[in-house]
Ligand binder design. Structure first.
Ligand code: BMA
Length: 340
């Protein structure tokens, strides 16, 4: 019996498929019937990928990046009984601002969905005189109130922690430029009220291993555990044939997440299957969410595949933590407080 645990509510109906007999790398395996969302899922939407899901009541709900047939990404709501088969709304999420005025972002991509206390937050990338982070809240998935942009441009990748730390909301983000940024480290910022953000700290930079040697970015919302915040993030290799996105794993300090306790030197999952290697943008595994159950230790990881599909992979909590710890290499900028 393992003495480490996830400090999260039970989700007994977490989607699951048993592991293969053995692994050559990390103990993480793909769902046999991947991809779980195929092309042309809704009228007017050519591809759904880089999307985030979570339990909602006895079922599941999610925010999905849908690339419309004009090529512009928007966020759509989806619901599912088993977290594998999804029904999508035909219309984009109808945000409104804090005065009740309709707000439809010009474009919106890579949404994350995180519950803090009793409220659900959607975090995504949108235009703010350049690519920046958008933020909205909902309590019922009917009314979606868009809040102030948390950060200045350019920043295209952010995810909120699922609880306040020392009384503040906490967000990971990756400052960047407006395009396909050839650099990028993960930073953490705090806010007492989701309007004013500060106390910015560096969390971790690109790795020295080649799979994450170009840039990194936050992925799924960190999972609170007795060893720290378990983070599945993306690491990018800049090859002569374009970027390759893999899934990495790290564990951040519980009370001070700018400190990296463990960081796996190997990728956990890298493009290997046809739906990861072939698509609108080949060679992309881009994690955006997990569904996890502390009782069984099951973790389901949702990731975008080749900017074309949604993929699902599984791991066991104690095995993945063990793998990350055994293969951990942290450098001086990982373990410092991240303030200069
Ligand atoms: C990143 C983001 C992601 C995308 C990835 C690969 O910069 O735009 O949405 O999945 O590139 O194209």
């Amino acid at each position: 019996m393992s003495d480490i645990k996830m400090i999260v509510p039970n989700v007994p109906n977490v989607p699951w498929q048993n592991p293969p007999e053995k692994f050559t790398g990390a103990p993480i395996w793909r769902y046999n019937d991947n991809p779980i969302v195929a092309r042309n899922p809704i009228e007017g939407v050519a591809r759904i990928f880089n999307s985030a899901v979570m339990p909602y009541g006895d079922e599941f709900i999610g925010v999905f990046r849908g690339e419309q047939t004009n090529g512009i990404p928007c966020i759509y709501l989806g619901r599912s009984k088993d977290a594998i088969h999804w029904d999508f709304d035909k219309e984009k999420i109808p945000f409104e601002d804090e005065n009740g005025k309709s707000f439809i972002p010009e474009y919106a991509y890579d949404p994350r969905l995180v519950k803090v206390e009793d409220t659900y937050y959607i975090i995504w990338c949108q235009d703010f005189y350049g690519a920046a982070i958008g933020l909205a809240k909902t309590n019922d998935f009917k009314k979606f109130v868009r809040l102030e942009n948390p950060f200045l441009p350019f920043n295209r990748n952010a995810v909120l922690f699922p609880r306040k730390i020392n009384g503040n909301f906490v967000m990971l983000s990756r400052p960047s430029d407006s395009g396909h940024t050839p650099f990028g480290d993960i930073f953490v910022s705090e806010s007492p009220d989701l309007h004013y953000w500060g106390r910015h700290r560096h969390v971790m930079g690109k790795g020295k291993e080649w799979w994450e040697a170009l840039k990194i970015g936050g992925g799924a919302a960190p999972i609170e555990t007795s060893v720290g915040w378990l983070l599945f993030y993306h690491g990018v290799s800049g090859t002569c044939n374009g970027y390759v996105y893999s899934i990495g794993g790290a564990i951040l300090d519980l009370e001070n997440p700018s400190i990296v306790r463990y960081r796996c030197t190997n990728f956990l999952l890298t493009p290997e299957e046809w739906y990861e290697e072939r698509g609108f943008v080949p060679n992309v595994c881009f994690p955006c969410a997990t569904i996890h159950d502390p009782e069984s230790g099951k973790i389901a990881i949702y990731y975008g595949a080749a900017d074309s599909y949604v993929g699902l992979a599984f791991t066991k909590f104690d095995e993945i933590v063990d793998y990350i710890k055994k293969n951990s290499v942290v450098n001086s900028t990982d373990v410092e407080i991240g303030k200069r």
